[in-house]
Design a protein around this ligand. Structure first.
Ligand code: DAK
Length: 257
């Protein structure tokens, strides 16, 4: 891996992926995205990993797709490159993913953070979809996920003006989970990850899938989907362990089975 660093057990059951093109503010070139896709797939298949954190560095989570790489492309080049399959693969990761964001999360960087399940940010984080300033528009879910997260008026303003949103504003409008001082954002992401990692990994996957389904379907179908996943929890050893542990007044030991 040239452009990402992967630590499989950064903490027990928690993997860390660090985007690592610091000079280019972690601009998401095709190779980086391919590496990210492959790493997430491997971590999703690794039984020892329960939660994944994606981060950048203090200055930038990611300043967007690599504009220099995109500049000379035609529509047919973009079609043939088919970046969507990479992004779709990332979206299909079953385990919870936390984005730990500091500095710029712009364009594809903001979209990547929103593709994750939760966002922990430093006070210096800035979120934005500035594609309009370079003559295009968001292409990896920005118009949809941002609108669902912060509502039409705010999303429209960000997408049409390219204006950045501060971490404090992003928290106020529900785009992110919390804001902490810059020296604590990664630690805070690990705390959240460790808390989730103590739960049943089976239930966590099924619950993530059900929450995400709420974005894609109406209430009736969403409730039906939730019900099926709820039943499925009862096929797991973790359900037996969790409920027995409660009754026996002890801490459960979940195995992900
Ligand atoms: N691409 C390439 N290089 C970038 C970059 C980017 N997005 N952002 C920054 N860099 C590079 C700069 O060119 C500079 O490199 P050198 O000139 O030193 O070689 C270095 O990083 C440091 O940047 P600056 O010198 O500009 O640093 P400043 O602090 O002055 O400014 C900035 C920081 C973040 C405000 C500025 O760099 C900036 O405006 N960057 C571009 C932000 C942007 O427009 N982002 C959106 C890009 S479009 C899709 C998937 C995704 C996408 C589309 C389709 N499909 C699945 C089909 C996404 C599209 C986008 O994200």
């Amino acid at each position: 891996m040239e452009f990402i660093l992967v630590t499989t057990q950064a903490q027990p059951h928690v993997a860390l992926i660090q985007l690592n093109r610091p000079k280019e503010l972690n601009a998401l070139n095709l190779q980086l995205m391919g590496e990210l896709r492959d790493a997430l797939k491997a971590l999703d298949e690794d039984d020892a990993v329960r939660v994944i954190i994606i981060t950048g560095n203090e200055r930038a989570f990611a300043a967007g797709a690599d504009i220099k790489q995109m500049a000379g492309k035609t529509a047919i080049d973009m079609l043939n490159i088919d970046q969507f399959s990479t992004w779709d693969q990332i979206r299909k990761t079953k385990k919870p993913i936390i984005a730990a964001v500091s500095g710029f999360a712009l364009g594809g960087g903001c979209e990547l953070a929103m593709t994750c399940d939760m966002i922990v940010a430093s006070e210096t984080a800035q979120f934005g979809q500035p594609e309009i300033k370079i003559g295009v528009m968001p292409g990896a879910g920005g118009t949809q996920r941002l609108t669902k997260a912060i509502g039409k008026a705010k999303a429209m303003e960000m997408v049409l003006t390219g204006r950045f949103m501060s971490a404090a504003e992003a928290e106020k409008h529900g785009l992110i989970n919390r804001v902490v001082p810059v020296e604590l954002y990664l630690e805070e992401a690990f705390k959240l990850a460790s808390e989730i990692a103590q739960m049943s990994p089976v239930a966590a996957k099924l619950a993530k899938e059900a929450v995400n389904r709420s974005f894609e379907t109406n209430l009736d179908e969403g409730l039906y989907f939730e019900r099926k996943n709820f039943y499925l929890c009862f096929a797991s050893e973790d359900q037996t362990e969790g409920m027995n542990a409660f009754v026996e007044k002890r801490k459960p030991e979940f195995k992900g089975r």
